[in-house]
Design a protein around this ligand. Sequence first.
Ligand SMILES: Nc1ncnc2c1ncn2[C@@H]1O[C@H](COP(=O)(O)OP(=O)(O)OP(=O)(O)O)[C@@H](O)[C@H]1O
Ligand SMILES: [Mg+2]
Length: 266
Amino acid sequence: MVSLFRKRKVAQVPVRDERFQIQVRGLHKRFGDNEVLRGVDLDIERHQINIIIGGSGQGKSVLLKHLIGLIKPDQGQILVDGMDIVPLKDYQLNEVRRKFGMLFQYAALFDSLTVEENVAFPLVEHTKKSKAEVREIVRAKLDALGLHGTEKRFPSELSGGMRKRVGLARALVLEPDILMYDEPTTGLDPIATKNVDNMIAETAERLGVTSVVISHDMASTFRIGDRIAMLNEGTIVVVGTPAEIMHNDHPVLREFLTTSGVVGHR
Ligand SMILES: Nc1ncnc2c1ncn2[C@@H]1O[C@H](COP(=O)(O)OP(=O)(O)OP(=O)(O)O)[C@@H](O)[C@H]1O
Ligand SMILES: [Mg+2]
């Protein structure tokens, strides 16, 4: 008798590897005619700063949103600590999302809430901590990020760099395992950029979190990245350590590096 199950397509689930906190395989996503992701394979290394580079509109933010289950792929797997999150229902995804802290592109603070209220928000939403406990955690996070005394201010009263730090404080309050940053230094001057870079590196080191950073700032990328991947035309075209990336011959990558001034023309 022919087995009913014989024709079922067997998913190509990757072998679980403890080194990687997130493993993406064969990820496809289209919006109408726009095929944004065309088979993305990507490993995110645990406790490391993983940077995703690529041109504007290449799908970096879309990829990041897949990793926390904010967008469902058309096809592919996303393993977080070995578990495929793609088939999960919303209530199950909420559990998974607790592992993540996210600093969205443009910081995305609530304008009508004070700094203190912004940072307290995830704690109020997701925990049953008392007001006093919440206030203490928020104060400690703000202090750690050099934001002491800004509690009662509104986002509009802060500089861009300060807003990024408030965004990070908010991303950190639930003590996530994985921190994701979508272009954290866009719109900042070189000194503020360096401060944000330091903040990402210190956070990674002090808390041992896994970091995923989207960037098109090549100087930042080489300053803080442990592992760099380039997204281009829907796939990851190059991946490696900064030294490997520096010497890789992929034409789009070379153009990226020379135009940004990180390396000279050869
Ligand atoms: N919700 C959506 N609906 C339809 N199209 C979308 C949606 N989100 C993103 N796109 C499209 O997907 C493509 C990739 O967008 P994405 O925001 O990921 O680019 P990006 O690489 O992050 O660019 P940038 O560096 O400018 O932020 C774009 O063409 C965009 O218009
Ligand atoms: Mg983006």
